[in-house]
Design a protein around this ligand. Structure first.
Ligand code: 13P
Ligand code: SF4
Length: 310
C-alpha cells in the first residue's frame, strides 16, 4: 500500500491562489473561520459586511463563501448572476434550522398585526415569509424603523431579540431559537477570565444569554467587537464570541491582548471549511448554492430592505 503525502499548507495556498485567478473567483470569509482560511480570503467580515461586499462584486465570476449556508444563500440572493460556491455544503447553522416556513406562517396567524423581523441566520424560505431581515450589526436599527405601535415578531434568535428589546425598551415577540455555540458561554467563564485579567474589558456577542450579556462592558456583532478593540485606549480584552474572531483580532490589532472566554465557544459548522476543501471547490466548481425561484424574490426583498437601512 502506498500512502500519499498530504499537500503541505504552503502548496495549498499557492494552488488556491492559482485556481482563484483561473476561475476569476473571489474568496469571502466570516470572522469565525479558521486562521488559515481567513489568511487566504480576499475579504473577511461579519454577516452584514459579507452581504454588502457580495452585492458589490462585479469583476469576478465566482464567489467562494467560507462561512455557513445562510451566508452563501445571502450572497447568491444579492448577486444572482455570480456562481456562489460553498467549500463544504454541510456547513449549516443550527439556529437557522430552529424555525421552518410553516412554523412562521402559524406564528403570523397568531399575531396577524406583527411585522416579522428575521435574523439573517435563517433559511431563504423563512426570509421570504418575513418583512425585513437584520444582522447582529443592525438589528436595533431595523427594529427601530418599525412604528412603535406595531407589534414585532423577532425570529429565530431569542437572545438577539431580547438584546434589541432591552435596548429599545420595547416588548418584542421572541421566537425560542438560539445559537448553541454562544449559549455555551456561561457567567462563570466571564467571572473566571476577569479574575485572571483584572481590569480587562469584556466584549460579548448579542447571541449570548442575558446572564452573560449583563456581565459585559460592551455587546456587539463581530465587526462591532473588532471596531471596539481597534478604537479603545484599553489594552486587554476578554472576548465572548466564537473563537475564530481571536485570529481576526490578532491580525487587525496585534498590539492588544486578546483573551478568549472559553474554548467551548467553537462553532463546528464554521470549522468545516478547510484549505483542502477550498482548493477542491475551485477545482471542481463545487458546490454551487441555488435558492429556489419560489422563495428567491421574497427573500431578496427582505434582505434588500435591511441593506437599504444599513
Ligand atoms: P456576525 O456578528 O458576524 O453577524 O455573526 C454572527 C454569527 O453567528 C454568524 O454565524
Ligand atoms: Fe450558527 Fe452560532 Fe455557528 Fe453562528 S456561531 S453559524 S449562529 S451556530
Amino acid at each position: 500500500m502506498t500512502l500519499l503525502e498530504p499537500v503541505p499548507p504552503s502548496d495549498l495556498v499557492a494552488r488556491i491562489d492559482h485556481l482563484k485567478r483561473r476561475r476569476h473567483a473571489v474568496i469571502l470569509a466570516h470572522n469565525y473561520q479558521t486562521a488559515e482560511v481567513q489568511d487566504i480570503a480576499d475579504i473577511v467580515g461579519d454577516s452584514l459586511a459579507l452581504a454588502q461586499q457580495a452585492a458589490r462584486i462585479r469583476d469576478a465570476e465566482a464567489i467562494v463563501l467560507c462561512g455557513v449556508r445562510f451566508m452563501a444563500e445571502t450572497a447568491k440572493l444579492v448577486n444572482p448572476s455570480r456562481t456562489v460556491l460553498m467549500p463544504d455544503e454541510n456547513a449549516g447553522c443550527p439556529m437557522a434550522n430552529m424555525i421552518t416556513p410553516r412554523q412562521l406562517a402559524d406564528a403570523r396567524q397568531r399575531h396577524p398585526q406583527a411585522a416579522v423581523v428575521c435574523y439573517v441566520n435563517s433559511s431563504a424560505a423563512v426570509k421570504a415569509a418575513s418583512d425585513i431581515c437584520c444582522t447582529s450589526s443592525n438589528a436595533v436599527r431595523v427594529v427601530a424603523s418599525i412604528p412603535d405601535d406595531r407589534p414585532v415578531l423577532f425570529v429565530p434568535d431569542q437572545s438577539l431579540g431580547d438584546f434589541v428589546a432591552r435596548r429599545l425598551h420595547r416588548d418584542l415577540i421572541l421566537w425560542p431559537g438560539y445559537c448553541p455555540t454562544h449559549h455555551r458561554i456561561l457567567p462563570e467563564h466571564i467571572d473566571a477570565r476577569r479574575r485572571e485579567h483584572p481590569g480587562a474589558v469584556v466584549l460579548v456577542h448579542p447571541e449570548c444569554t442575558e446572564e452573560v450579556r449583563r456581565l459585559a462592558d460592551f455587546v456587539g456583532s463581530t465587526a462591532q467587537i473588532i471596531d471596539h478593540v481597534l478604537h479603545s485606549a484599553e489594552q486587554t480584552f476578554i472576548v465572548g464570541t466564537e473563537m475564530g474572531i481571536c485570529h481576526t483580532l490578532a491580525r487587525r490589532a496585534p498590539q492588544k491582548t486578546i483573551v478568549h472566554v472559553t474554548p467551548l465557544a467553537d462553532c463546528p459548522n464554521m470549522k468545516l471549511t478547510t484549505l483542502e476543501k477550498i482548493l477542491w471547490c475551485l477545482d471542481e466548481m463545487q458546490t454551487p448554492v441555488e435558492v429556489p425561484d419560489d422563495v428567491a424574490d421574497g427573500a431578496r426583498r427582505a434582505i434588500q430592505r435591511m441593506l437599504d437601512l444599513s
